[in-house]
Ligand binder design. Sequence first.
Ligand code: C5P
Length: 398
Amino acid sequence: MLAGKRILLIIGGGIAAFKSLDLIRRLRERGASVVPVLTPAAEEFVTPLSASALAAEKVYRTLFDLTDEAEMGHIELSRDADLLVVAPCTADLMAKMAGGHANDLASTVLMATDKRVLIAPAMNVRMWEHPATQRNLATLRGDGVLIAGPNEGDMACGEFGPGRMAEPLEIVAAVEAALMDGPLKGRHVVVTSGPTHEPIDPVRYIANRSSGAQGAAIARALAALGAKVTFVTGPASVPPPDGVAVVKVETARQMLDAATAALPADAAVFAAAVADWRIAEDRPQKIKKDGSGKVPVLEFSENPDILATVARMAEGRPRLVVGFAAETEEVIANATAKRQRKGCDWIVANDVSPSTGIMGGSENAVTLISADGAEEWPRMGKDQVAARLADKIAEALE
Ligand code: C5P
């Protein structure tokens, strides 16, 4: 999908630089050529030789390398690429970019380019949250710089929070989105994702263990193919992807309203783990212990089925409606029956038995069920499942 595209990859000096080697590989896997530029600090973390070997290209290192200037000057280097990617983009590189400095090869190339720039910031959480960095971020956004990440999580420095560099596949998706002229250009896709929270009273709720990882990956993959995506998400633990319109909801009923309000759409993917039931009684006050030892008995009522509602719309039904089936037994038989019962076109079925580690994990093993039968996909990362599904959706909407 990146065939023939040329990426100038500036690797900054941060511990996340090791992931940039994988990024080179992932970009090249997709057909891009990658020309690495290493800052002096980056060379403390990765060697020019490894970057050069993975890229199968010369690595550029200093501004005053006269051989390079003879071969390709910094101006030409910056113009020759289709996109400039800075990963990891350190706080210092962000500051230089925001301030318009040009005192080394990386910053000079960034100043001289006439192409779009995508940065993947990576730094300690306090450095990320520092007002100076946030100010620089706002400046860079305003300058039209594209931002991938950072993610929240454990950091190499032992702290926790935002500052981890986006994963290579997330950066690849951002590169694809930046260069997109994809097969889903001009298409609108609605994606539901995450769990729903059903209130018991104003302070308590029932929920499920969905992380929203698969739904977010699908939305990202669809956007990378050029689709306009409306991402209707319950309270997920995974953040929504960039470049999609996010509608945050809590309950199943809110999700139904948001999903139908987002129509018309060419396709809809219902990846949310919607609570089947909600608490029947609407309680405006917190349930209190009264000291008698009596426990509350909760009565449930059934939630609307968002997938079935949209799949059975008489008018304005998206051309392609995709549901999910999380099963713990008889996966194919149950999912095949579900496809018919719900009236959707495809069901992405998976086995979520605890032994599979799929629920909340990073991998998925799915079977795609359509009118043509069942197609079993090998176990792969949720991002790869998403990419493959997005490709299939693009094919179906051709
Ligand atoms: O019936 P079950 O919950 O197994 O069906 C799963 C599929 O239906 C998923 O695609 C899910 O997003 C969707 N669903 C829905 N609304 C519900 C329940 C499930 O959209 N109330």
